[in-house]
Design a protein around this ligand. Structure first.
Ligand code: TYM
Length: 335
């Protein structure tokens, strides 16, 4: 078993990334390794380029994202942690896979449609091709499991199609079908200001998301001011069905507490948000505060974080090189 996943360094790690992806990365680091498998996690700096990012910030963000991931529990001695740029095989395989993926497949990708918006002609080719690089990221290592939030599931289905078409067209059994692992507890954490949109780095309102770099007072304030409704919490989870804000806050509480929405509702049934939101704020500060503090300590020595990524990249290149070579040979390239 081999687990592979990535995160873009396009801003700070937020609660959605943490609960939807990184918390699963940490859990899998233990589970999969106990079963003799490997875990590879990377900072997707090449995917970061698909959104405009000041070159002066990209490098710093990459180190900060790596420090946050380590602070959240990824151990660079046990998992292979690196940034995509330092493993050139990702870009090389992506080019090969570009000749297997079909335009019609990419045209169906909802993330591209959302991100490009109305100005499709003005979108970069990189944004359009994003899912093919993502396919290369996982196929390069023959990933069996890919822990991601719900929004990335479609991209992984595309990776499966690309793997199957490559194997079929070139009559090889080279690529493994990766299985997306979407967190059951937190598949899609929504904005704290509007539960119709997901929590994201690109939301212009800072109040919409909790960042892992936020100080305790900021975290607590964002939860106290989170949009909710005037009703008390219901007796059953079914009672949250038409209350998206309430449902999101209960989901966040359950995911942070390693509990379930049923248990949270059992504890808070009949209570109003005047009680629930401060309790959630306390829980969030108690859970996220220590991660932030560890991250800040790691950032006292940024060069050391960069060295850790370098060592990870060396191991990743060793795993990636034979797959790339096999793909090049299968396609008839002279290498
Ligand atoms: P990124 O940086 O946008 O997101 C990183 C991870 O966080 C998840 N996520 C969420 N989960 C729940 N609720 C939310 N509101 C929320 N927002 C984000 C994302 O689903 C993702 O798992 N394309 C990837 C990066 C990537 C990648 C890969 C992942 C590049 N190559 C190969 C897996 C395998 C992304 O969305 O990054």
């Amino acid at each position: 078993m081999r687990v592979v996943s990535g995160i873009k360094p396009t801003g700070n790690l937020h609660l959605g990334n943490y609960l939807g992806a990184v918390k699963q990365w940490v859990a899998m680091q233990d589970d999969i390794q106990q079963q003799g498998g490997e875990t590879l996690y990377f900072i997707a700096d090449l995917h970061g380029l698909t959104e405009w990012i000041d070159p002066a910030e990209l490098g710093a963000n990459t180190i900060e994202m790596a420090a946050t991931v380590i602070a959240a529990g990824i151990d660079p001695e046990r998992s292979i942690l690196f940034n995509q740029t330092r493993v050139p095989q990702h870009s090389e395989l992506a080019w090969l896979l570009n000749n297997v993926a079909r335009v019609g497949w990419l045209n169906r990708m909802t993330q591209f449609k959302d991100k490009a918006g109305k100005n499709r002609e003005g979108a970069s080719v990189g944004l359009y091709d994003y899912p093919v690089l993502m396919a290369a990221d996982v196929l390069l290592y023959n990933a069996t499991h890919v822990p991601v939030g719900d929004d990335q599931k479609q991209h992984l289905e595309l990776a499966r199609d690309i793997a199957a078409k490559f194997n079929l067209d070139y009559k090889v059994d080279l690529f493994t079908q990766p299985e997306p692992m979407v967190s059951a507890a937190a598949p899609r954490i929504m904005s704290l200001r509007d539960a119709a949109t997901k929590m994201s780095k690109s939301n212009p309102s800072e109040q919409a998301r909790v960042n892992l770099v936020d100080d305790d007072e900021t975290i607590a304030g964002k939860f106290r001011k989170a949009k909710s409704d005037a009703d008390a919490l219901p007796d059953t989870v079914a009672g949250l069905a038409d209350r998206p804000e309430a449902k999101n806050l209960v989901t966040i509480y359950a995911a942070l507490a390693d509990s379930t929405p049923d248990r949270v509702i059992a504890d808070y049934a009949g209570q109003g948000f005047g009680t629930f939101k401060p309790a959630l704020a306390d829980l969030a500060v108690a859970t996220l505060g220590p991660i932030r503090d560890r991250m800040l300590r790691l950032l006292d020595d940024r060069a050391e974080v960069s060295r850790l990524l370098d060592r990870g990249a060396e191991k990743a290149r060793d795993l990636a090189a034979p797959t790339l070579l096999a793909a090049q040979r299968a396609m008839g390239l002279q290498i």
